[in-house]
Design a protein around this ligand. Structure first.
Ligand code: SF4
Length: 365
């Protein structure tokens, strides 16, 4: 795997998908020393289970531990810290990490109990976990989801769980963008495996999961977040910490240089219709056997349009799904290659939310 690669897989079996990613990554070429210390950093920002759209599916952690141990790696730990005011240990307990730790003999490190070293980048001084600083290879396991302050959270922001609570408070007082970039300049992940199975629509605490049934892997955290932004329908300007991290040399945001490796096709699976705040967006859609990756991207695209008050301009429902294969109807519009027989159709399988937004905006001209 190279820093330009983005490896993506679709499905609903997180363990199988993780193994497929690891096979393609060729982990032994990235970590040649079997004695290396390896830290897994999931997102357990709050003590809720992964079906909420807030936290990393523990099956991904299990699959990685089994894979690494089968290859002979022994020094593996799971490192995390919940947000200020929440208990990491409760997050570990709710998500079954105590059992994982016992079964695979992998220690759990609560960063809130760790020692820290002060690091300063761009005038921002922060307390960074010594476990994270001393680990040889850091595998970040973020959830791609919405965030109430930074709009989106993925690889770069997942590193915030490597700080003391005092530094987390400082980050919020500084508006998050500059500090997140600075933190990643101190230490960023060596490998990112993104849980994009059902990340939340707009809030890091979960509650409005949007099923997208995909995972992807990157070595470059900046490229990773740039790609995640396109999947959720954000422009880079919407997420200033990505450009700031690039300016500090953390990585490259230009997706035109990325090498996208798609391991399989999205498949038609029962789509869990969005609930709660996400549900009302569905009234603008006409799904027929849509793959969840496709439908989830459409939900995110409609959400972005709603945020700029453009949803009211969507006069026609957007067709989507494999049920439109072979259908010719000039009066309808749709997204995805399955709808190519309709009057207007956006190609792609699945199209990204950022492209869906442009397509839908064109419709009301
Ligand atoms: S274009 Fe069709 S096959 Fe491709 S992801 Fe969308 S619904 Fe699935």
């Amino acid at each position: 795997m190279t820093k330009q690669d983005i490896i993506i897989t679709y499905g609903s079996d997180a363990m199988k998908m993780t193994r497929a990613l690891l096979d393609k990554i060729d982990i032994e070429s990235l970590i040649p020393n079997k004695q290396a210390s390896i830290a897994l950093k999931p997102n357990l920002v709050v003590a809720v289970t992964a079906d909420s759209g807030a936290t990393t599916h523990p099956e991904i952690v299990i699959a990685i531990i089994e894979y690494l141990q089968a290859k002979g790696y022994r020094d593996i730990s799971i490192v995390e810290s919940a947000w200020v005011g929440d208990s990491t240990k409760e997050g570990f307990r709710v998500n079954g990490y105590n059992q994982i730790s016992g079964r695979y003999k992998v220690p759990l490190v609560d960063v809130k109990d760790d020692s820290y070293t002060k690091k300063t980048v761009s005038g921002i001084t922060m307390d960074v976990s010594d476990t994270i600083l001393e680990t040889d290879f850091l595998i970040s396991l973020p959830v791609l989801k919405g965030h109430c302050q930074t709009a989106m959270t993925c690889a770069l922001k997942n590193m915030k769980g490597c700080l003391s609570d005092r530094s987390k408070r400082l980050f919020h007082s500084l508006g998050l963008n500059r500090p997140i970039a600075a933190l990643n300049a101190v230490r960023c992940a060596d490998l990112v495996i993104v849980d994009s199975l059902n990340g939340d629509l707009d809030f890091e605490e979960g509650g409005n999961p949007v099923q997208t049934n995909r995972m992807f892997a990157c070595m470059d955290s900046v490229l990773c977040d740039s790609y995640g932004a396109s999947l959720m329908g954000f422009e880079l300007e919407d997420l200033p910490y990505i450009q700031l991290a690039e300016d500090l040399g953390v990585g490259e945001s230009d997706l035109t240089t990325a090498n996208i490796i798609q391991l399989n096709e999205p498949s038609e699976e029962p789509v869990a219709r969005p609930t709660g705040r996400a549900n009302y967006l569905g009234r603008h859609t006409e799904p027929q056997s849509a793959c969840s990756a496709c439908y989830g991207n459409l939900v995110h695209a409609l959400k972005r349009l709603d945020e700029v008050n453009r949803l009211k301009n969507v006069k026609q429902n957007i067709c989507i799904g494999q049920g439109y294969k072979g259908v010719t109807d000039p009066s309808k519009v749709g997204v995805g290659i399955c709808t190519r027989g309709l009057g207007k159709s956006l190609p792609g399988c699945p199209p990204k939310a950022i492209d869906m937004i442009k397509f839908i905006k064109e419709l009301d001209k």
